[in-house]
Design a protein around this ligand. Structure first.
Ligand code: PMP
Length: 285
């Protein structure tokens, strides 16, 4: 495996960063998870754009142009000769002193890891998954804008622990007002009365790239899309529910907090969107 760190390539054993990096000390940094399908990077511009927006919002100046970042990503994928896989792109605040001030960090570090993707087992896509509502609330957008894909995932980690302790793969997180925000590593959407409804970023959701792809596909097939303030009741009474994310793609949800969604099988519209998404990735250029 060839891992990119600040312009140089290292083997997995030699790919190391300083213990004084504020990415490690404070979760001070941003990242992206990106898919490679048949040797092509899916939604490359969108991921790079989101990374730079996240960095800008927290005053990290990435020491590469967006163009050079895309080149570095393509080069790292080529060096790893990976046809289908996953890229973890990380920008840390860089090395500083032990204090919290980012002003001691002189240069952000850029790390690119290309590896295999840990997919959910195939049967989950056919049967659907069960999720719970976590008691851990999503950090308020007043405190940290959910559009910033930061290295600090403790909020999500705590909700993920709740999911695992309940025997589930994912948990839905509510925002500080009790409305649905998103899951720990995926966006959530429902189908209700012939429309696709999903929380907006101001409800506490990341502006998911997969969410964006699905919204575009839904609009293409004439399915109305509504960014909605959703409650647990809306989830419980939805006709269909699914999650979207770079790793998960689209995964049907068939029970929420023990309530069956629809007839407890992946819904027709969800299946249609899965098919449309698979066609989309088959033609990635
Ligand atoms: N929400 C959170 C909290 C995430 O970490 C992710 C990505 N893993 C998503 C949503 C889905 O976003 P994307 O489709 O861009 O992967």
């Amino acid at each position: 495996m060839k891992i990119y760190i600040d312009g140089k390539y290292y083997s997995q054993d030699d790919a190391k960063i300083s213990v004084y990096d504020h990415g490690l000390l404070y979760g001070d940094g941003v990242f992206e998870g990106i898919r490679i399908y048949h040797g092509r990077i899916f939604m490359l511009n969108e991921h790079v754009e989101r990374l730079y927006m996240s960095a800008k919002a927290i005053l990290i100046h990435i020491p590469l142009t967006m163009d050079d970042m895309e080149k570095a990503l393509l080069e790292t994928v080529a060096r790893n000769n990976k046809k289908d896989g996953y890229i973890r792109l990380i920008v840390t605040r860089g090395v500083g002193s032990l204090g919290v001030s980012p002003m001691t960090c002189k240069k952000p570090s850029v790390i690119i890891i290309v590896d295999d993707i840990q997919l959910y087992p195939v049967e989950y896509y056919e049967r659907g998954i069960s999720i719970i509502t976590a008691s851990t609330r999503r950090i308020s957008p007043d405190s940290l804008d959910p559009r910033i894909k930061s290295l600090n995932y403790l909020n999500n980690v705590l909700a993920k622990i709740e999911a695992i302790q309940s025997g589930c793969l994912e948990a839905v997180m509510l925002n500080q007002n009790g409305y649905v925000a998103e899951c720990t590593g995926d966006n959530i959407a429902i189908i209700k009365e012939g429309a696709l409804m999903t929380p907006a970023t101001h409800h506490g959701a990341l502006s998911g790239i997969t969410r964006g792809v699905i919204i575009a596909l839904a609009e293409k097939i004439g399915l109305p899309v509504i960014e909605a303030n959703l409650t647990q009741y809306d989830l419980y009474t939805a006709d269909e529910c699914f999650l979207t994310g770079t790793g998960a793609e689209i995964i049907p949800v068939v029970t929420i907090d023990g309530r069956p969604v629809g007839n407890e099988k992946p819904g027709e519209t969800t299946r249609m969107l899965i098919d449309a998404f698979r066609k989309e990735i088959a033609t990635v250029e």
